[in-house]
Design a protein around this ligand. Sequence first.
Ligand SMILES: Cc1cc2nc3c(=O)[nH]c(=O)nc-3n(C[C@H](O)[C@H](O)[C@H](O)COP(=O)(O)O)c2cc1C
Length: 275
Amino acid sequence: MEPKTVHSVFFSPTGTSRAIALATSRGMGGKTEALLDMTCKAPEPPPFSKKDVVVVGMPVYGGRLPQAAVERFQSLEGKGAPAVAVVVYGNRAYEDALAELCDLCTAQGFKVVSAAAFVGQHSFSSKELPIAHGRPDGRDLGRAEQFGIQAKELLGNNRFLDLEKVPGDRPYKPAMSPSVAATATDPEICSQCGACAESCPVQCIEMESGMPQTWQDRCIWCMACVQRCPTGARKIVLPKIYESAKHLHTHCQPRKEPEIFPALQTALFDTQSEK
Ligand SMILES: Cc1cc2nc3c(=O)[nH]c(=O)nc-3n(C[C@H](O)[C@H](O)[C@H](O)COP(=O)(O)O)c2cc1C
């Protein structure tokens, strides 16, 4: 079946889940494409139908999905539309996040065709302490496109995923619950452009008399504000995050590769590339 519209639905504070979702959607083809960016606000739900396909991309936070992403996705009604579920993690582990995303899609009325965990640059990565820096790279994006091509084939054969095959425990591990802001602004360097406030998925930064003020209890530690700040004024100030980055930098160096369910039929792609 050629999907009518391929919808890329994502929550992606630092852009890696977005990149993988879009590459997967490219592989799926489809007559038209649509973007549903849930990063900073709840989406306007389009009327999905069984003829559409939805590629859902979310990051992994503490081996689970970010609560804000889950809540926004819960405003969608699948109405039986096929879904391709993708989580993106920072080269440590994705634990229960992929199982959680597959369950979430099913609970919202989508039918999961295939699922995958890809690696993206860790949100806590920096020049000083790189963690999966620069990922997804060309190889990851190529795999995501192949994953999309295979998902389209599975859909054409009316095959859906056996969710028991997706790794993860049920009940899931407890979710992270940050209760203090991880970042703050250095007033000496801040240009007062407001990019940090604009990029915050949970609106925990407000511009007051030109300077960013951060609500302590809303921050989800996503690092979008640090990444988006053009002058480097937005910084990690929570020692716990710096310690975690040091630990991850030391212990999560070996490159992990995407995991795809059902496994990517590489033979199929090798044959195609020889033609
Ligand atoms: C609060 C928080 C918790 C995270 N927890 C994990 C984790 O458990 N395992 C992991 O490998 N990466 C973890 N990461 C890294 C992100 O999953 C990774 O950087 C992802 O690519 C970010 O997606 P985005 O670019 O779409 O925001 C975490 C990142 C943040 C901000």
